[in-house]
Design a protein around this ligand. Structure first.
Ligand SMILES: [Fe+2]
Length: 250
């Protein structure tokens, strides 16, 4: 086994040994620390990726050449590479073309490790305020919204450290927007499972000032808070791709 295949195999082995299909207990700090240290060393080549997606600027670039023939840059799909899926964890890669978006969504009762492999990615992430603060709405689009606090609103550029979100901290509700072609290696534990209540829900965020007089904030500024309203699952243009990294020995 080469060093490259050893890295992803070691990550897989650690996940398999420590993760379980149940939500409790969440991964312990030593496990999180060890997994992050391993993920921090992963390069695109370790998972069979090239650093650049040469096809990415088709459409976007052409639209600049001919403004009357605007091929939308978002016409290209996000490519989803499935590395491993079990009751205990999901390991996968999302390859984004420039400007592709995975809209605001949650990870109920889950812990998620995200390692940016290459490129630049804008991450906006919230955690719910506990106990829940709910604002009722008369808007036709949504009947209520729940208060959340902004945890992250910044652009990450590889190489950078692994991000971890937890059931109630670290930015459990997040949105990814590709600033350049980029790829994210994700490990989710436990995986989404609708029957167990771990359903992916999508949200729209509204400024704190949208509901005057509602919502009590204990720290930070009003700009650090938002009301999140559930929306129907949007059509995210995503296609499956073939994982070309080292095959795992299970
Ligand atoms: Fe996510």
């Amino acid at each position: 086994m080469t060093n490259k295949s050893a890295t992803i195999q070691t990550i897989y082995d650690l996940c398999k040994k420590t993760f379980s299909p149940t939500i409790t207990p969440p991964p312990s700090s030593p496990v999180v620390h060890k997994l992050c240290s391993l993920l921090d060393t992963v390069n695109p080549a370790d998972v069979g990726l090239r650093e650049e997606n040469v096809d990415d600027d088709r459409g976007y670039g052409l639209s600049l050449l001919n403004p009357f023939n605007r091929a939308p840059r978002w016409a290209q799909p996000i490519t989803y590479l499935d590395i491993h899926e079990s009751d205990s964890f999901t390991m996968c890669i999302f390859c984004f073309p420039t400007s592709a978006v995975i809209p605001l969504h949650d990870h109920p009762e889950m812990t998620v490790f995200s390692k940016l492999l290459y490129g630049s990615l804008h991450v906006k992430a919230y955690d719910w305020i506990e106990p829940p603060q709910i604002a009722k709405s008369n808007a036709p689009e949504y009947s209520q919204a729940r208060l959340a606090k902004l945890v992250s609103d910044k652009v990450l550029t590889a190489p950078c450290g692994t991000r971890v979100l937890y059931p109630t901290s670290g930015g459990n509700v997040h949105c990814f927007t590709a600033v350049t072609p980029c790829a994210v290696l994700d490990i989710l534990t436990p995986p989404y499972l609708e029957d167990a209540g771990r359903r992916c829900t999508y949200y729209h965020d509204y400024p704190y000032s949208s509901f005057p007089g509602q919502g009590v904030i204990s720290d930070g500024k009003e700009e650090d808070y938002a009301w999140l309203a559930e929306i129907e699952a949007p059509n995210v243009y995503m296609r499956p791709g073939n994982y070309a990294g080292p095959s795992l020995q299970e």
